[in-house]
Design a protein around this ligand. Structure first.
Ligand code: FAD
Ligand code: NAD
Length: 405
């Protein structure tokens, strides 16, 4: 009898951790496992704000997939997924197709521009190694041009960040570390550089502990960031953004050389485009992470949505949850192949830490609030813990952050 074919789409947190755990949970004779990803590397999205600001090189955030998975157990296919054909149990790839008996969709997130005019064309999003690299290069080019280009304007040195959620705040933290170095390198008076964050809510970090959010705001303001709160980005243009204060009719223009949108995320578009039933674009899965309409399809990470038992709100899209879902799913696939009962996914929150550059951070870890250096150290522990889970001590030694302490 031929072995069941397990296909994993996407090698982010959810896909990589599923692959690595399946390697451990299953014997070679249990199933053939294939991992499909558009790049030959896995990147840590949670470090991309650093690569985007240029405080770390983007190679620190990524690793070759073949160096992490055991390619004797998991076949890696570098290709781009086009669509999923559930009826024929096939996935169309840019360069062919692949058949499955069990499918794990882990295609992650996309930036959500909410249809705001000009945003997709004129603003950057922190989404991948490629977008992060482009943001870093763009900002550096603006600084390099300032003393060279006769048409350069002071506003070329203005950076607007759209949204003050965790991504926006973490990116601002990196920017305030990076700008002094860029000013030194390109002979620019630091007083000419403006960093403006536009946030629709009356405070930064809307879902976070208020005291810690205020700490982050005060710290970033002390480093020169201006927050425009209760203010919405209404349009992005090649010259900057148009914003509107709550309860005001007037649009204000902020001229800027760089606009980075961190105003929200949505699920990868492929499941919805392939005819999956979705909840706001996400595959709503059962408590064992299964697509209710097809027993052979599962989804993890930001492409999926899971409602905790009896809860009205789903779990948020985070790497922490994607990783835990992957661990649960690998066990469940083993149960299914062995004819056993599956286990419900139950999220075990460990806390949230947001970096504010290299040496500052805020966070709640197991109900303890942390700020400053201890929080920054905890953030590095969290980053390294993931590497440990994924590739053991050798990966931590190669890519980890704690050696920088
Ligand atoms: P992803 O990480 O998005 O991975 C999806 C993978 O699928 C990628 O490798 C992608 O290349 C691949 N892919 C996509 N489309 C295709 C296709 N068509 N064909 C083939 N491959 C494809 N969460 C936390 O818990 N802690 C944090 O500190 C944190 N920091 C963050 C910082 C930033 C700047 C951002 C933007 C997010 C952060 N998050 C954090 C959220 C976290 O990054 C996401 O929840 C997480 O990446 C979701 O993992 P995933 O595996 O579902 O998707
Ligand atoms: P988000 O949706 O959490 O935050 C977006 C912010 O943009 C919100 O504060 C929102 O009010 C604001 N906004 C939206 N539209 C706007 C507009 N038109 N004008 C001005 N402001 C606007 O998105 P995110 O920060 O990218 O986070 C995405 C997910 O990733 C979340 O689940 C988050 O928890 C997770 N994440 C976690 C960490 C961490 O744990 N350290 C870091 C980054 C992201």
């Amino acid at each position: 009898m031929s072995k069941p074919k397990i296909v994993i789409l996407g090698a982010g947190y959810g896909g990589m951790m599923t692959a690595v755990r399946l390697e451990k949970e299953l014997k070679a004779e249990d199933a053939d496992i294939t991992l499909v990803n558009k790049h030959n590397y896995h990147y840590q999205t949670t470090w991309l704000h650093e690569a985007a600001a240029g405080t770390i090189h983007h190679d620190r955030t990524r690793m070759l997939i073949k160096n992490v998975i055991n390619t004797k157990r998991v076949k890696f296919v570098q290709d781009t997924v086009g669509s999923i054909d559930r009826e024929n149990k096939k996935v169309a790839l840019k360069n062919g197709e692949i058949e499955y008996d069990y499918l794990i969709v882990a295609l992650g997130f996309e930036s959500n521009t909410f249809g705001i005019k000009g945003l997709a064309e004129n603003a950057f999003a922190i989404r991948s190694v490629n977008t992060a690299r482009k943001i870093r290069e763009h900002i550096e080019y603006k600084f390099a041009s300032y003393n060279n280009d006769p048409d350069a304007k002071d506003s070329d040195l203005t950076i607007v960040v759209g949204g003050a959620g965790l991504s926006g705040i973490e990116f601002l933290g990196e920017l305030v570390d990076r700008i002094p170095d860029l000013c030194k390198e390109y002979d620019i008076d630091p007083n000419k550089v403006k960093i403006v964050d536009v946030e629709g809510m009356p405070f930064v970090l809307p879902p976070f502990d208020r005291e810690l959010a205020k700490y982050a705001q005060n710290y970033l303001e002390s480093k020169g960031v201006t927050f425009k709160l209760s203010t919405f980005i209404k349009e992005a243009t090649p010259e900057g953004v148009k914003v509107q204060k709550k309860d005001s009719e007037e649009l204000e223009e902020i001229q800027a050389g760089t606009v980075v949108w961190t105003g929200g995320v949505k699920a990868n578009h492929i499941p919805a485009d392939s005819g999956f039933e979705t909840n706001r674009g996400k595959i709503q899965v059962t408590e064992d992470l299964r697509y209710p309409e097809d027993d052979h399809i599962f989804a993890v990470g930001d492409v999926a949505v899971v409602f905790p038992k009896d809860a009205e709100r789903p779990y948020p899209p985070t790497a922490q949850i994607a990783i835990q879902e992957a661990e649960n799913l690998a066990k469940n696939i083993k149960h299914i192949l062995h004819g056993e009962k599956t286990e419900a996914f139950v999220y075990k929150p460990k806390g949230t830490v947001a970096s504010l550059g290299e040496k500052q951070a805020i966070g709640v870890v197991f109900d303890h609030k942390l700020t400053g250096k201890p929080a920054a150290a905890m953030k590095k522990v969290i980053d390294d813990r993931y590497l440990l889970m994924l590739g053991g001590v050798p990966l931590v030694l190669k890519k980890g952050k704690l050696n920088l302490l």
